[in-house]
Design a protein around this ligand. Structure first.
Ligand code: SF4
Length: 130
């Protein structure tokens, strides 16, 4: 009886390069079959086309993955604060009514407040820049 040779495979989990493709006269490119298989890309799938920041090429993002990303962004209040300049929002320590008690807290009209509290959250709505 002959012993069966164990099957061997190729793990593409960390694969980055999938070959080369050429732009046709009509601007079309062929997506190599092996990356279509690995990413489950099918005929009719739609992609968002992004230019890389370093102008080295493009990135194609599956539209259904973009929907997932957009949903996560939609649910993330911190994200909206960051993109709307929330990171630079004035805080109590930027307010003329703030008198420091220590490094983290200060006194405002006799009430202890956090130095890094957003001026938007001011209970008295009395923020005034120093
Ligand atoms: S007035 Fe409002 S923003 Fe200003 S220090 Fe007091 S609590 Fe903070």
């Amino acid at each position: 009886m002959t012993k069966k040779k164990p099957k061997q495979g190729f793990c593409s989990h960390n694969q980055v390069v999938y070959g080369m493709t050429t732009v046709s006269e009509r601007g079309q490119v062929v997506v190599p079959a092996n990356i279509r298989r690995d990413l489950d890309i099918k005929t009719g799938d739609r992609f968002m086309v992004l230019k890389r920041g370093d102008n080295a090429g493009i990135t194609l993002l599956k539209i259904d993955k973009m929907d997932e990303l957009m949903f996560k962004i939609q649910q993330d209040e911190e994200f909206f604060k960051k993109v709307s300049g929330g990171e630079n929002m004035p805080t109590c320590q930027d307010c003329k009514h703030y008198n420091p008690v220590d490094e983290e807290t200060g006194n405002c009209f006799g009430v202890e407040v956090k130095a890094d509290m957003d001026a938007d959250d001011c209970p008295a709505k009395a923020f005034e820049p120093k």
